[in-house]
Design a protein. Sequence first.
Lengths: 177, 412
Amino acid sequence: MTAPLFDRLREQLSPVEAGPEDQPSAASPVLCRGVQHKVLVFELTPDQLLPVARRLHDEFGFDLFLDVTAVDWPDAPLRFEVVWHFYSTTAHVRVRLKTRVSVQDCTVDTLTPLYGSAGYMERECHDMYGIGFRGNPDLRPILLYEGFVGHPLRKDYPKQKEQPLVPYRPPQSALVR
Amino acid sequence: MPLSADSALRPPIANPVRNVLTASRDDTTVVNIGPSHPATHGTVQIIAELDAEKVVRTDVHCGYLHRGFEKECEDHTWHNLMPYVDRLNYCSALINNFAYCDAVEQLMDIEITPRTKYLRTLLAEYNRLADHLTCVAAQLMELGAMTAFLYLVTVRDSIYEHLAALTGARVTYSYGRIGGLAFDVPAGWFARLEEILKEYERYIEMVHGLVDRNRIFIDRMRNVGVISTAQAIHWGFTGPILRSTGAPRDLRKDTPYLAYGELDFDVPVGINGDNYDRYYVRMREMDESVYMVRQLLDMIPEGPIMVDDRRCVFPEKELVYTEIESLINHFKLVMEGPVVPAGDIYVAHEGANGELGFYLVSNGAGQPWKAHVRSPSFVHMGGVHTMLDGYQLADIVTTFGSVNMIGGECDR
């Protein structure tokens, strides 16, 4: 069951055979990277995300949205790699979508119209990396607190940095009056 | 003058985005439950709009236990993450350990030894038992069923003591290792395991007798917090919650890993997707886990527990002291960490609460470039409002108990 579905996906979504060095572009917006550790991987341009996700959801039965997160590559021209995982509860296979966005314009489309669960996970990704999700009405902080400045999982956010809501007081012993 | 009215006194807020739910109608009230409330086990805040006692809508906030797990992981070697992943779901830390180890091992293309494979399966099921016991016990206690709670916790405590005899810790075991396990099972451990399984059966029988057909229990649980299969999948529910709706979705069956492909077990499902079904699915799953543990006891072969791979496995201590290659090997592993080939991987195990996924990215160094956890509790918090809205205020407690939110893995 697995292999035919993967073959169909590969044919339908990415008809052009891509070399390992090729990047998704306007000419070939969706590139298949093959099955990596049992997950079929596609790289695509940001504008292709919603159409491809919609086809995965409607045509290919990927009904469970697993995860969205980002990977920060500070030296790359398109700094953030946004990664989505989908699961089919009928075929029991996973698909990974990847796209690259720059730090100046790190916005991708939301998947909340397709999957309710995307809402919370997009909020987390927005918290941690500052990725914007166009169309998500609720991008309030979820794991961080309101007022937190910056995006802690970006590589340029110092690990030791602290942003206390209440200023620290010098340590006081209960015995000292 | 209230503090908030004077802008000079208000604390500076850079992005004031969290607006508290406001009443949508004249006759409703907004109440705040949590984040620290005895009835919400775990630090979570629920802002609920109430029409008298009925919940109109809810806004669930988590993050109060956020401690920068993923940021911390990027600064430690692959080995050193083990205690951190323990503390994700502290009710079933071994499942976290093994899922993480499995992800790294697949990335390194390591195949674990047969003994480790079966031992990990056994321990994962054993720990699932402890997790479900905790969840059901807490849920019953919140309804006032103190006796059932004490029965279940008695068994759990035996399991904790027993796991402490194996790993040295009661809750956070750090027992997994990349390429194997920390150490082998001590003498007499399996004999005690049999005793505990019998103890489990004795107590669980009493709990079934006390609770299953109890009028009060049924009134509080039946048709409360109902969710359909389609809704559950839409909101990303996995694990016992999804199964309680009648969908037999279990990664142990669907995408078998470890030794699950060789085991005989059922995937219990519910009918209604309500609190009672979630209770019963967990109770039945515990029986299946015990059944699996018993099968595994006869399957565990003799042999080494660690693979023979110098990229990740520490050399024998005696060799470290006597030969230079092993000494260098030891130092390299401690100071630089195991060399994991560049690439990324998503590996999911069936955690006690649902799909526990690790998305790891390596750039070829001894530390992860990124370690992301797809934690079931966090995803469940995104959809739990569908199970709370429309029921009574008091039902929030029971429904929330049946979701079994674990703050450690939810907030990371």
